[in-house]
Design a protein around this ligand. Structure first.
Ligand SMILES: [Zn+2]
Length: 77
């Protein structure tokens, strides 16, 4: 089930959002203040591999890295 973590750039609130489609990702708003200035928290190692900043770039492996299969290894966090 595709549940993504988002962080509000305005108030810093971190929340999880269930997205049924990629189109829904562009309409995510902060649960706390309602700001649309939210940033998707890329799971696992995509951050270290240069994935940060590309909002629509994550296509294939978004939940695992090279050393584990579930985003639970020490490299992931
Ligand atoms: Zn907020």
């Amino acid at each position: 089930m595709p549940v993504y973590e988002y962080k509000c750039r305005k108030c810093g609130k971190v929340f999880e959002k269930f997205l049924r489609s990629l189109a829904a990702a562009s309409t995510v708003k902060c649960e706390k203040c309602g700001s649309s200035k939210v940033e998707k928290l890329v799971s696992c190692c995509a951050i270290s591999s240069g994935g940060k900043g590309r909002d629509t770039g994550s296509s294939s492996s978004s939940s695992s890295c090279g050393t584990c299969s579930g985003g639970t290894c020490s490299t992931c966090h």
